[in-house]
Design a protein around this ligand. Sequence first.
Ligand code: SF4
Ligand code: SF4
Length: 142
Amino acid sequence: MLPTEQTGSQQTEVPCGSCTECCKSGQGLYLHPGQGDDVASYQVQVGADDAGNPVYLLATTAEGACVYLGPSGCTIYERRPLLCRSFDCRKHYLILPRQDRDNLVRLGMSSRAVFNAGRARLKTLSSDEKQACKETREEFFS
Ligand code: SF4
Ligand code: SF4
């Protein structure tokens, strides 16, 4: 998966429990203003895409954690942006080949803890969802 990936509204809820790994993984926390994220309502870092257009990411601390991550989890849970509502570490784990997972970790664009969180929760995905991940993986990485 890419850090900007969204998996849509048909996914099952990830049983996160007390995990907050993807909020502090270093992966880009991209906002999607075209899909409803109100950029002005968040603390953001502004970058640019290959064409020079602005891209907006949630601001992070010096350690790379989202500025909205508090001791008990997300402090803006009810208005967290689209990526936070749609990211699924289980699919992130299943879709990416091992080499790509390793590369993202090495490049600081994800963390081993996120992949481990996804792997640990694979049994909570349905067989149909697993099959869809397999097909996506074959489509993009074969
Ligand atoms: S890494 Fe997975 S389990 Fe942990 S907070 Fe993110 S989506 Fe939830
Ligand atoms: S807004 Fe909340 S859910 Fe999203 S990365 Fe920040 S702390 Fe995590």
